[in-house]
Write a protein that binds this ligand. Sequence first.
Ligand SMILES: NC(=O)CC(=O)C(=O)O
Length: 279
Amino acid sequence: MLRQPLKVALVQLKVGADKAANLAHAKAKVSEAASHGAKLVVLPECWNSPYAVTAFPEYAEEVPTGETSEFLADLAKSTGVFLIGGSIPEKDGDKYYNTSVSYSPSGQLLGKHRKIHLFDIDVPGKIRFKESDILSPGNTETLIDLEGYGKVGLGICYDIRFPELAARAARRGAFAMIYPGAFNTTTGPLHWQLLARSRAVDNQVFVLVDSPARDMSSSYHAYGHSQAVDPWGAVLTEAAEDECIVYATLDPAAIADVRQSIPVSSQRRFDVYPDVSKK
Ligand SMILES: NC(=O)CC(=O)C(=O)O
């Protein structure tokens, strides 16, 4: 559980085609968040590369030995924050993944999460996206320990649509689910906040979702609206579409309060349906 208040910053980063510029820009924004007192900083899905299946092979790197992972480790250390490094295209042998790495304030690798559920959708006349044309799925759940605060579960974007991941993380003690994401202007307005609030209410945990800024000149129009939701399902902070950093302080009392008031975790009927946290 969350052991003390935690100030978080969600960096809704403007992302372009120039990888070096994306890294430099991320450094400026993470430093800005740290200078405002954030102890946990989150970057969005696919922030060192355009979010396009065709771009992934060109931008992909080894993780955690590649340039961007090393950059994130150094950045976490120089700013003294827990850094959830959004996600980047990963190359491992002849396979590609959509991968997130997280670092401690001393630059230690805390976790590596490969997107488990690939974003393959076809909404006729609106959006077709097929990550599986290039990417392979991850096969491992990720729980990371933020020393002094407690554990958080990690998912990437489409992973939020699969409630089992959050339920399992929460039942293993996570106080929050964090999803670097990049919903779009078709699915975002209906589903992004609904899903974030649902995962929060289902599990009585905080949920952080972090998107790139919207760029109408790119092939993928990210929804934006990075936000933090509390265990009651209340939105603590929400960005609009443009680049910005939004902040929230996660208060341990909110978890204790909702769990005492509405004790669903002791009211579950595992005699009627199975507990998804037991494999
Ligand atoms: N980009 C994603 O992985 C997911 C998304 O946009 C959606 O589920 O909608």
